[in-house]
Design a protein around this ligand. Structure first.
Ligand SMILES: *Cc1c(COP(=O)(O)O)cnc(C)c1O
Length: 437
């Protein structure tokens, strides 16, 4: 299978600058970091490990956006149909690039709207509860926006979230879910399950869920299966078509480096994309293109994911998105994943090496590289916020999650082994200082 059982070639990590530099020297993606702007903290170049929250800006983003501004200035309304990138078709350029990242057909993906809004649109089509089948299975510590989304959808159908939403939980003393336990809860709710809705990579623990197995179990139970890929898109290898996921959505500002709040995307499996009778919330941009501007036509959805569009494309936003996607296209997800496993493996080794004697840091992200993306989540047992702030003062940008988790996500596009070595030196010193203070 694609992601299980395939371990990173064994690398013997070392806590030395020479080792880190040697790893960088043989990194085929080392030049990619120069394609991004680098933020500063306290006047120094940041050690930026926060691509899980907001990816860095590609140096080409401004130019891509400027081209749209220029066309708008020069052509006004004619820009919809004229020029090298007519806005009427603006969504088309990102499709093949997104399809590769998501493991989908071009017709199954489209960039549009924002993540939570898209999830609502997709739920209207894929959460169709009946008296018997109304339950939704999801994960623990679900992202707040997803919880509000699920609960409000459940209430929209006159149901009680307490009865309708079922949560699969880790075993006592464990931080992450076992696939067999998720499958067990699906089977236990087989009669009443309408939907399995989970994230691809969990935002808090960094666990990369076994999507094919979960999808198979959900299908077998007669439920629909949907994924929030906010932390998965551009981070881990995905094969949504082959895994027969019914629907998915993601945002573009995390690993996809497309800028704050930028245009999101959806996947609808082709088995649903050609069913015009599937209920949906409609708008003119999902209506068949040739009749989009005609009056008095009844709504006929476009085939594929495009049929879920509601509004005019976010053309300026798409421009920055394309600048970022072109970098993925050039680097390739396979190479990115290979480097990502090595980088995160090195971070894991370094944290264990420098933090061992203090016994305050516990890595809650799965240890098997196949079960995680690039993020490592550290549970801090003592003075977590102080540690986080002291690291930030030294230029280390990670992020803090109450009550006691620090997340670091070294990304293969713009982070290096040397940066991780540098980080480890800072962490070692900071832990000493905090321990003494
Ligand atoms: C980041 C994130 C979101 C954000 O939703 P927006 O609609 O883009 O604000 C939603 N769900 C998950 C799991 C996330 O990680």
């Amino acid at each position: 299978m694609l992601r299980r059982g395939k371990q990173t070639d064994l690398v013997k990590y070392e806590y030395s600058k020479e080792f880190a530099l040697a790893m960088d020297a043989k990194d085929p993606l080392k030049a990619y970091k120069d394609r991004f702007f680098r933020p500063e903290v306290n006047g120094n170049k940041a050690l930026y490990f926060c691509g899980n929250s907001l990816g860095l800006q590609p140096r080409t983003a401004g130019q891509f956006v400027q081209e749209v501004l220029d066309a708008w200035a020069a052509k006004g309304v004619d820009g919809h149909f004229e020029g090298s990138n007519p806005w009427f078709d603006a969504r088309l350029r990102s499709k093949p690039m997104l399809a590769k990242i998501l493991g989908a057909k071009n017709s199954e993906v489209v960039a549009m709207n924002s993540l939570t809004g898209n999830l609502h649109l997709l739920m209207v089509s894929f959460y169709r509860p009946t008296r018997e089948r109304f339950r939704i299975l999801t994960e623990p510590d679900i992202f707040p926006s997803d919880r509000y989304m699920l609960e409000s959808q459940v209430r929209l159908h006159g149901l009680d979230p307490k009865e309708a939403i079922v949560v699969a939980r880790p075993r006592p003393g464990e931080h992450v879910l076992r696939t067999e336990d998720i499958v067990k809860v699906i089977e236990e709710n087989e009669e009443s399950l309408a939907l399995v809705f989970m994230s691809g990579v969990h935002y808090l623990t960094g666990q990369f869920f076994e999507i094919p197995a979960i999808s198979r179990a959900g299908r077998k139970a007669g439920a629909r299966v949907g994924f929030d890929l906010a932390h998965a898109a551009g981070n881990v290898p995905l094969r949504l078509h082959e895994w027969e996921v019914d629907f998915a959505a993601w945002c573009s500002y995390k690993y996809l480096n497309s800028g704050p709040g930028n245009v999101a995307g959806i996947f609808v499996h082709e088995k649903h994309g050609h069913q015009p009778e599937l209920p949906r919330l409609a708008g003119w941009w999902g209506h068949q293109e040739e009749a989009r501007f005609s009056l008095n036509t009844d709504f006929k959805p476009m085939a594929g994911a495009d049929g879920w569009q509601v509004s005019n494309n976010n053309v300026l936003a798409l421009a920055a998105h394309e600048a970022a996607l072109e970098i993925f296209e050039a680097a390739g997800m396979d190479s990115l994943r290979r480097k990502s496993e090595l980088l995160t493996g090195y971070l894991e080794f370094l944290v264990e090496t420098v933090a061992k004697k203090h016994q305050v840091l516990e890595i809650i992200t799965p240890r098997n590289p196949a079960e995680r993306g690039c993020q490592l989540s550290l549970l801090v047992h003592k003075r977590g916020k102080a540690l986080f702030e002291a690291l930030y003062a030294e230029g280390v940008v990670g992020d803090w999650r109450d009550p006691n988790v620090i997340r670091f996500a070294p990304t293969p596009l713009y982070n290096s082994f040397e940066e991780l070595f540098h980080f480890a030196k800072i962490l070692e010193r900071t832990l000493e200082n905090l321990g003494a203070g």
